[in-house]
Design a protein around this ligand. Sequence first.
Ligand code: FAD
Length: 352
Amino acid sequence: MATAKTSQSSREHDVVVVGAGIAGLMASSHLSKAGYRVSVLEKARGVGGRMATRRIGEAVCDHGAQYFSVKGKSFGRVVSEAQDSLAVMPWCDLFPHSKTAEGPIVELLDEMGHARWRGTHGMTSLPKYLAKQLPEPVQTEVRVRSLGVQDNAVHLSCENNQTVVARAAVLTAPVPQAVEIFQAGGLWPPAVDSEVWGVLSSVEYSPCFSLMLWLAKPSLLPDPGGLEVSSGPVAWIADNYKKGISPAPSLTVQATAEFSREHFDTEPSQVEDKLIEAVNSWIDGKALDEVQATSLQRWKYAFPVSPLKAPMIAVQNKPPVVCCGDAFGGGRVESAASSGLAAARWVQRLLG
Ligand SMILES: Cc1cc2nc3c(=O)[nH]c(=O)nc-3n(C[C@H](O)[C@H](O)[C@H](O)COP(=O)(O)OP(=O)(O)OC[C@H]3O[C@@H](n4cnc5c(N)ncnc54)[C@H](O)[C@@H]3O)c2cc1C
């Protein structure tokens, strides 16, 4: 993967992109291809953000986004190229549905189907593929602390004491985190239009627990290995083995927003017990014997509660600073990708 760690200051960039999730990578890819020098800063150890894949023992689990859809042409072209490079592949057209996590399963009508895509080795395959195409490696483990404006340039300061100066900035961190970065850099009303600030400050996300289980035997979940659930503590169950990304049997169990909110500060082992109990009927044998290892991911900013209709929001024009990501358009992988692209095109127009 094209990533690098650095603590040097850099002054030669046209655009700095904060976050290497799908929105940030789509924006960086568009701007790099348009000839701009782009610096991508990512606080995590790897790229992908909420398109996340993890290994537990011998199992591989997607623990953020589970699949993505492709409706727009621009994202479609990117996905098609990624498919040619074997980074992504179709998973299925439809998932069965169940009222409760225990079942029974209700098969949906074929007419309701459309292609659901997955990464070849897990959902991070697409972000990794995009990062690899960039002329400059993504700087990982670099957390941006503040963004301010000085002499018609954006100045970002990072927790590793690195300072990045650029002609424009694209912020893709979940909006409350982007707002904190602006505040720390002195960007809030009156520097920023108070209406824009009001909109950004109102964006909220729901949390989500994602429990990963490495199992001794394959689960009893039917093909294609994904089940949507409409009531109780669980919203989604996936079999990563049937999905084709895990060499060993494993499940990913996603809790509902209500359950995740209610238990956000509960002892993790208690949350695990409740979720394992809810999906017990899909484990072939006693959970105590079958579960080899567990890992619980607690997403604080999982899904925007009411995504904004605008594809991006310009925080200011001179120098250009823009917020984008899945809060703009729809709260899904494709909306985040489209939002990143919209932000990149806006920056391109302003920089000329
Ligand atoms: C559990 C779960 C299940 C989901 N299931 C699906 C699904 O099945 N299908 C679907 O389409 N969507 C799904 N989604 C939503 C989808 O994952 C997101 O909409 C999409 O990945 C968001 O992309 P993004 O680039 O906007 O944000 P992110 O992926 O969150 O990227 C933002 C990046 O910014 C980085 N960052 C934040 N702050 C800083 C900082 N200060 N300095 C540097 N970097 C920073 C973060 O580390 C992160 O990498 C799911 C999400 C979750 C959490």
